[in-house]
Design a binder for this molecule. Structure first.
Ligand code: GRG
Length: 278
């Protein structure tokens, strides 16, 4: 997919960690994980949702980049020995392999707080736009926090899945889905979207989050690195593929009220589905 959003996102992300007031080792560690070739899925979704609701890309760009900083922090912390204990990320040594565990914890802490500083430092000047911008920052905090992504990580580590006390879908919708949903809604808020459009974006994001996670689980299973608690191990490959198709269908349906302006998101759904069922 040719993507006009990517250069804007990359430029702002690189700029966000170029401040020489940040001590050099910390800055390098932050930049190592932030400016390092991710797909930029969450910021692209944020900008596409803003455009769908007829907002200006400039108004959503700091929010989109804030979400990506939070995503980068979550990956750094997830790779730590006390969490998922992974030595590699995006084909490179994980942050803690290069900068040590303390350096990685601090880079994650700094990226999380930097995200909110960056988003608020770029809040709109016009008072009439401020309310929606604050709503966007709030939805991002909710998606990232103790009822969102961190809740998902905590549930996964708690053993509740293994004990059959919660469903895989609940963990996934929090651990992976909550930040994707926050990105979509933040884009909608930045555009001043009406309630009908916000509901459509919310429903799209919930289904796209499920599709994304199933595709990720199928890719992990193909690479023989899946955990014993993912979609493929729980449901089997065929059922996982049909769940992916169902989620893609629901995601498209959710966008139906704004279908005229939803081509970017429709293409994203198709790309993720293709990866799942290839
Ligand atoms: C440490 C609080 C805390 C949370 C960690 C997001 C997360 C929660 C863990 C990541 C583990 C993981 C691999 C989850 C599966 C789905 C996922 C988030 C994959 C990585 O996202 P991509 O594919 O990554 O968007 P890129 O590299 O493209 O940015």
């Amino acid at each position: 997919m040719s993507d006009a959003y990517l250069p804007l996102i990359e430029e702002m992300l690189a700029r966000s960690v170029s401040d020489e007031a940040i001590p050099k080792p910390l800055r390098e560690s932050m930049a190592y994980s932030l400016v390092s070739g991710g797909k930029r899925l969450r910021p692209r979704i944020c900008l596409a949702c803003c455009a769908l609701a007829d907002g200006s890309i400039e108004s959503a760009l700091p929010l989109a980049c804030g979400v990506e900083m939070i995503h980068a922090y979550s990956l750094i912390h997830d790779d730590l020995p006390c969490m998922d204990d992974d030595d590699f990320r995006r084909g490179k040594p994980a942050n803690h392999i290069v900068y040590g565990e303390a350096g990685a914890v601090l880079a994650g802490d700094a990226l999380l707080t930097h995200a909110f500083e960056w988003m608020l430092a770029h809040a709109p000047d016009k008072p009439e736009e401020l309310g929606n911008y604050v709503r966007a920052v709030r939805v991002i905090a909710e998606g990232a926090g103790a009822r969102g992504m961190v809740a998902g990580q905590s549930l996964e580590l708690s053993g509740a899945l293994e004990a059959g006390k919660i469903l895989l879908e609940e963990v996934h919708s929090k651990k992976t889905g909550a930040l994707l949903r926050a990105a979509a809604l933040a884009g909608g808020y930045a555009a001043g979207a009406d309630d009908r459009t916000l509901r459509a974006l919310d429903a799209f994001a919930a289904q796209y989050g499920a599709l994304f996670q199933i595709a990720d689980d199928i890719a992990d299973a193909a690479a023989e690195k899946g955990s014993d608690k993912n979609c493929v191990s729980v449901y089997g490959l065929e059922r996982a593929r049909s769940l992916a198709q169902q989620a893609a269908y629901e995601a498209r349906e959710a966008l139906r009220p704004c279908a005229q302006h939803a081509q970017y998101l429709m293409d994203l759904i198709e790309g993720t589905l293709r990866a799942a069922i290839a």
